[in-house]
Design a protein around this ligand. Sequence first.
Ligand SMILES: [Zn+2]
Length: 496
Amino acid sequence: VAVTGAGPAPRAAAVRRARLPRGGGAPRLLGLLLVLAAAPAGAWESSAHWSVHVVGYRVNPANLDVTDAQALTALRFGAQAWTDQSRAAFRFRYDGTSSSTTLGMDGQNLVFFRDAEGSSPTVRATTYTWKTGTTILETDIVFWDRSIDFVVQGLACNDAVYLEDVAIHEFGHALGLDHTTVTAATMYGHGGACSLSRIVLDPDDVAGVEALYPCAAAAECNDGRVCTADTCQNSRCRRTPIAGCCTAAADCDDGDACTTDACVANSCTHTAIAGCCTTAAQCDDGNACTTDACTSHQCRHTAIAGCCTTAAQCDDGNACTTDACTSHQCRHTAIAGCCTTAVQCDDGDACTTDACTSHQCRHTAIAGCCAAPCDGGAADAAADGARDAADGSLPGVDARGDVGDAAGPDGETDAGRDPGLDAGVADDGAGGADGDLDGGGPAGGEGGPGPGAAGAGAIQGGCGCALAGRRAPDPRALLGGWLALGWLLARSRRRP
Ligand SMILES: [Zn+2]
């Protein structure tokens, strides 16, 4: 029986202790000499060991301190550590849980908790072994749950004991190691509260288990793990991790947030998560008019205001612009001569009708329309003078009444001007009538050639001013006209 903690070691009746030389074996004398020569005092001790390389055990995890799952994990760690941390040809094989709390040689290697104290309140656990000679036949491990407060890694520890720290020590007893005097070793007989210092084997512990369980064949080195290749070299097991092998999804974490990691048939699979991203570059949608970003592993595409990729996106609905997309910017170019409404076609000419037809301006002359009103004003006078020059009438005279036209009828439209002068002026005597038919005022006008000027006194400009009432020359009016003309001539001569 091996006991942790202080106090006398309890002994079970069935247990017999026997000293086994280091190395457990054949070169007994050599082993002793080596120890005497090099090993520090209090190095590993053993009195018995298993004759097999694999020892099964069951666990009854029921306890007063932690969950069954927590207890199970901690206890299994303690058992497997001797294989994982050494090259020994030995392993404890977990065979499942048990409801038993029976301590005894009953054909079952059992690990369980008891609501009781050990040989003293400070004893944390006791390992019992049954053996014949130096060969272990069976083992049970009891954790004293009444006086000891157990915790597991990850839980807060307040003057408690880590189950892992105790379990690895007790399984060391279960495989045949006794206490060592090496204080840093897992098999040292005392452990502190809240300590995890024993969960890593000391070289003294490793030397002990490897000496007890050398290998002769690769099969003896099976560590129960599918992801190691186990071989035996020079009596020591070599267990090499198999690349790409897994036993759980946790073994397969590739650090990529956008893959689902799984372990299938001891091989890792990494499945891309649809729509997941880690960088903005993965979100490129090929659209120059969006800003692509990866936010919370989701692609975000934000439209860039005013950006275009095709001319169709630039349609402004205006038939008189050419719409284009240049350098991702819409350009609208006015089409010369294009119109959409008649208003745009206004040519400022009162004598045309302006229209927009098929986006083209059309200007249609209004029949009978005159550009300027028939007001007989200054514009009329200027035009009168120009016509005088053209038709050979007497300038200056004609302007005041077409006096003295010699060559023929005057076709001038002198409407509205020189009221009272032109009207009724005697004809040129050439056989045609003077075309100047003055309506006698601004409202009137000449409507046509005079009586004697048939075919020669056409109205110019197409002016549609109303023709004043035509009447026969009145001698009084003629006389008045001449008087007025004379007055005007005299007046003009007084002026510079
Ligand atoms: Zn112990």
